[in-house]
Design a protein around this ligand. Structure first.
Ligand code: ACO
Length: 437
């Protein structure tokens, strides 16, 4: 971190002496005020419950400029990566800091594709779940259980042990996600085929059966691969911060990633694509395009808790660059499948247009996020709605594990331990049970 010549001065009206706080500069983006010594010097904490103005770490992985609608992975714009690289190249980039050359790409693909199988015992663990369990609850359990299956290299201060864990996670997530799906529909598990690409292998494990081979369609594989790329990392979002906080205790990385999956599940985060498709289906069932204005009125009603799912973002206040790419992919997939007139896609486009012209959304800077169109693409690919967030988790695993690695190797690494503003009772005595109210 580069220290700025400028200092922040903090003054108090109660006579506490002023203090100067150092400011650090990033390579791009807002500077940060270093408050680490604030408590020691003043006896006061800062208060920022939703992390609205707090940088929880320094990172070289992903940069977002929410006002410009810019997203960079290791400095490369997401548009460039989505158009010119496949997902495994993006994985290599996020983990290693640079794009692979041809030899590195081949070696990395081989390495990942030779770790796709999971321990055979894993399927017995899976069979303990009810078949109607939500696949995200199953995935949380399965990935957590990996800590029990792969504990041979337990010393995560060893870079090699960390690398093996990273590769295992990237390689085995598609297998686990496909297993969770097959289990939910009562079909036999399909073992990985390492001769296929990462994404084609995942699609085969999802859609082939022992009686029917899956025909790989390159346009559809490319579309899903792009979904993976667009979801691969997003700096310190809720699930990534969960992985960092959980991992900061030194816990097993599979356990930390499992915590990230649990966080991602929520409808305000990764669960939004599922919630968005459900919302579109409901509008469609209640009258379709004709009913959009009625739905928007409900969203704007202060007394209703209805939100326009797939809209709004904590950081993007101009547009989400991933949403544009996702809409492009949506066109490609629907054209390939002859679904150009898909009613849900038409409904989504009309809803987007109406919302973008509505003062409520304009004044609050609410724009479509990546999840507005990703549900429609996934549905067209044949992925069932309840699996959407699992696909997101598969893609985000590389981001989580790259952020975990960065944290573990940061010389300033400490267990995360936020403080609080206590507003409860002051110290009091326990009354005898006979006199309690
Ligand atoms: N629909 C309607 N109103 C909204 C929406 C929405 N989708 N999003 C925000 N608002 C309104 C809020 O009601 C609030 O209005 P007010 O100022 O009148 O009270 C204002 O916009 C600010 O909203 P906040 O909730 O404070 O914004 P925050 O940054 O905390 O929330 C979030 C961001 C959670 C993504 C929110 O926009 C949302 O719930 N969106 C829908 C869910 C969604 O699509 N999530 C996916 C995010 S992307 C991802 O995780 C991959």
């Amino acid at each position: 971190m580069i220290e700025s010549d400028i200092k922040a001065k903090l003054s108090f009206s109660d006579g506490t002496p002023d203090i100067d706080l150092p400011i650090y500069k990033g390579t791009v983006g807002p500077d940060v005020i270093d408050i680490r010594k604030l408590y020691g010097q003043t006896g006061k904490f800062t208060y920022d419950s939703g992390f609205l103005s707090t940088a929880s770490c320094n990172s070289k992985i992903t940069y977002i400029d929410g006002d410009k609608g810019e997203l960079l992975y290791r400095g490369y714009p997401i548009e460039d990566l989505a158009h010119n690289c496949d997902f495994l190249e993006v994985c290599y980039l996020l983990i290693n800091g640079d794009l692979p050359n041809a030899t590195q790409k081949k070696d990395f693909e081989e390495l990942v594709m030779h770790h796709t199988m999971v321990h055979e015992q894993m399927q017995f663990f899976l069979r303990g779940f009810r078949r109607d369990a939500h696949p995200m609850s199953v995935l949380t359990g399965l990935v957590g259980a990996m800590a029990a299956f792969y504990h041979d290299e337990i010393d995560y201060s060893d870079p090699h042990a960390r690398e093996v864990a990273q590769i295992r996670l990237i390689a085995k997530m598609p297998t686990l996600v496909a297993m969770a799906y097959k289990y939910s529909v009562g079909q036999p598990f399909i073992y990985p085929d390492n001769s296929l690409s990462y994404t084609a292998n995942f699609m085969r494990m999802m859609f082939a059966t022992p009686c029917e081979e899956y025909k790989v369609n390159p346009v559809l594989v490319r579309a899903l691969d792009r979904i993976f790329t667009l979801h691969a990392d997003h700096e310190q979002n809720a699930s990534t911060s969960t992985v960092r906080l959980c991992g900061s205790s030194g816990t097993n990385p599979f356990a930390a990633i499992s915590a990230g999956i649990a966080c991602l599940w929520g409808p305000a985060h990764g669960g939004a694509n599922e919630a968005c498709l459900q919302m579109l289906n409901e509008i469609q069932a209640n009258g379709g395009v004709e009913k959009i204005h009625e739905f928007i009125a409900q969203v704007k009603d202060k007394n209703s808790s209805v939100r326009l799912m797939g809209f709004g973002h904590r950081v993007y206040k101009n547009f989400d660059p991933r949403a544009k790419l996702m809409r492009e992919t949506c066109y490609e997939v629907l054209n390939e499948l002859g679904l150009q007139d898909d009613p849900l896609f038409k409904l989504a486009m009309t809803l987007e247009k109406i919302a973008l012209e509505d003062e409520y959304f304009v004044s609050r800077k609410l724009y479509p996020n990546v999840d507005f169109y990703s549900g429609i693409v996934q549905r067209a690919l044949g992925i069932p709605t309840e699996m959407f967030t699992c696909v997101f988790a598969l893609a985000r695993t590389v981001g989580w594990i790259a952020q975990w690695e960065e944290m573990i190797t940061d010389p300033e690494y400490k267990i995360g331990r936020p403080r609080q503003l206590y507003v409860g009772e002051t110290s009091r005595k326990v009354p005898n049970i006979t006199v309690r109210k």
